[in-house]
Design a protein. Structure first.
Length: 243
């Protein structure tokens, strides 16, 4: 019995040492990947990296990490014509991450995630300067907000000699078109009898925002209006974390 107790104590101690070593190793790896991502993507801050699954050392021995989560705050994505657009919160879950021994390179077999763009950022793509839609009549987009049921409420200011300045709002559908977030009005309001061609008004209310060069090469998948901005689903394969 004494020998058995000693054996159990030794096993517990060794198990504790293994767990401690495993956690130290995973913390080191998370830091290395985060630093590599910050350098490769030109990030202003260090991303969050969480390597899931236990034990970590067994995954290292196999050369592939099962499940890795990353989070990036205030990411500046390319928005076309040399412009940038701020993504408040970009999060991705990566599966099957192969890596080099020193973590200088790491690539995920697949990735899914979400990104949030505030309405004031998306508003930059709309025509916020007065634009002529008919002789003597101008219009411009003045606000974007949550319209409920996955719609965007687009606030439009119209100025005309007959009606003066009037604030209108329309509900718009937001969708993904390639590398663009597209906002398109469901239906146009009756502008107090003003004879305006629909395509002229849509030049103001409908617009696109390019979002390209996302980390690791992930692409836009789906988008929906939410309370504080548009929520975008992203997806990719052979996604590069580092190297």
């Amino acid at each position: 019995m004494r020998a058995l107790r000693i054996l159990l104590i030794v096993v517990v101690i060794l198990g504790g040492l293994f767990v401690a070593a495993d956690r130290l190793a995973v913390n080191f790896a998370e830091g290395e990947v985060a630093d590599r991502m910050r350098t490769n993507e030109g990030l202003t801050g260090t991303p969050e990296v969480a390597i899931n699954g236990f034990p970590f050392l067994t995954q290292v021995a196999g050369g592939t990490l099962d499940d890795v989560e990353i989070g990036i705050q205030d990411y500046e994505a390319a928005a076309g014509d040399g412009e940038r657009i701020r993504i408040d919160d970009l999060r991705a879950n990566l599966k099957g991450v192969g890596f080099s021994g020193d973590f200088s390179s790491a690539t995920a077999a697949s990735a899914t995630g979400t990104a949030t763009i505030a309405y004031d950022e998306l508003l930059k793509a709309a025509k916020s300067e007065p634009t002529q839609v008919a002789p003597g009549i101008t219009a411009r987009v003045v606000s974007l907000s949550d319209g409920g049921d996955g719609k965007i409420e687009v606030g439009v200011e119209v100025e005309a000699p007959v009606i003066g300045t009037r604030q209108l709002s329309v509900l718009s559908t937001v969708s993904v078109k390639g590398d663009n977030v597209e906002v398109r009005t469901d239906s146009l309001p009756d502008l107090a009898g003003l004879d305006l061609a629909e395509n002229s008004v849509r030049e103001i209310t409908d617009f696109q925002q390019a979002i390209d060069d996302l980390p690791g090469g992930v692409k836009l998948d789906k988008v929906e209006a939410a309370r504080n901005g548009v929520e975008i689903s992203v997806r990719g394969s052979d996604v590069r974390l580092a190297g």
